[in-house]
Design a protein around this ligand. Sequence first.
Ligand code: FAD
Length: 521
Amino acid sequence: GYNLIIFFIISHLMSILGKLNPWNPSIPYEILSLNISSKLSTNSHAIKESSKDFGKIIQEILPAAVLYPSCVNDIIDLIQFSHDLSVPFHVAAKGHGHSIRGQAMAKNGVIVEMSSLNNNINNNENCGVRVSWDSGLGFYADVGGEQLWIDVLRSTLEYGLAPVSWTDYLYLTVGGTLSNAGISGQTFRYGPQISNVHEMDVITGKGELVTCSKDMNSELFFGVLGGLGQFGIITRARIVLDKAPTRVKWVRMLYDDFSKFTKDQEHLISIHHNGLDYVEGSLMMEQSSLNNWRSSFFSPSNQTEIASLLSKNKIMYCLEIVKYYDDQNANTIDEELKKLVKGLKYLGGFMFKKDVSFVEFLNRVRSGELELQSKGKWDVPHPWLNLFVPKSSIMHFHAAVFVDIILRQNKTAGPILVYPTSRKRWDDRMSTMIPEEETFYCVGLLHSSSGYKECKILDNQNEEILNYCDKVGLNIKQYLPHYKTKEDWIKHFGKKWNIFQQRKDLFDPKMILSPGQRIFN
Ligand code: FAD
């Protein structure tokens, strides 16, 4: 009672002073009688900050308030409160806000700043990163959904261990990547990050905290993995660990022929015994820089050589591979690598090698990020398009999209990734949609634009690419999907739509969670 009156007076005064937004009527004042009231903010700065993301395309989707939870129970209280209302408000977990199109936003709802759990790690309820072993699972780590992968890496390395499946960039949260898939050059071998989770704690849209795994509450487990935040908020994930190598051999090879490039990639991911640990690849065009933000690799003299080749060929392909090693095989690693690249059809003389620590390799994108940040080029609009392209469509995709649309129109502004992976390492019971074919390509058009005008041009190009693929039936799937209509979502999920919808009815019947994905709202 008193709390409410005092808050009412203070918030009225603050809103007059412009420090707080006027109370948003979509959230009843009674929320202030909960224990979480002191952790809720309606401060204009907090509201604005919580509604920003890496994409910088969607703006002004403002929540009514931001919750800074200090423990898992705070999130439970919030969701239960909303769920019990006749007109509930939306709740979105915000991990590190590295979505492209407002996926972690919640108009007139409450954003849960997950990082706040990490600031209160001493609270017994919060998980942080805890390494354990048991005879059934081997080594594993229990990690909070709010944890950044870089912190998971640092903590597990203290035990000489590390997760096996990664993303290219490590400043993303565990909850954020598990809501999509989590892919990189290791995926062909170890599966995406969602294939390397034993168990999770999830707060459903009913405000219930549920532990789930393949054998326990499995419907929730499979739904949440790749589930775009629709079924619950991940507060703990039990992640597979393995012995961490100490160093890596990191190699790039250049090709002037896409067919040879992809055949070699496909060959490399098919080697099971003593094969590579990472296989990726990218396009090189004159207009995209050689050492882009994803990693600086080529020395100045390499760059001059490559630039002259590019001015002749216009488009080239860079195969990127890594083999891990440590003291035990330091003497044989060069020989092992030599065997693996034998017979590959890259351009003679265009193989470049590096030998770096495991951490330096995994965290390779960070230095590029810091450099762009210092030049004010990181915090710009990013009209990205990420696709999974079936192997049988990749040559067609190359000719029509890479050459006819991107190269001819001369509109590209950032790295373009192309690398194959195998369906075998994915579990179709999970929510992520992938093509039906056994082998498919991960394609990332990672554009950075100088401003909104260029962003629009690049986004129109993305639209053209999607329309083309649709028109000729290339059977692609969007990764980190974004659609404007429910019909598009139904098409995206195809035969999985019914189960996706049933799971929503089961775990978030009032459609409270992650409205920014725009699937059910
Ligand atoms: P947010 O943007 O904060 O949230 C994403 C979605 O997940 C939202 O709907 C949100 O509500 C929901 N969510 C957040 N936390 C939780 C939780 N704990 N439980 C349930 N739902 C939650 N992806 C790859 O697979 N491979 C890559 O190599 C890769 N590289 C990237 C590099 C950069 C520079 C960027 C910006 C993105 C990259 N991504 C990559 C994409 C990235 O994995 C996704 O955008 C991911 O969602 C970002 O995580 P986040 O913590 O920032 O999530």
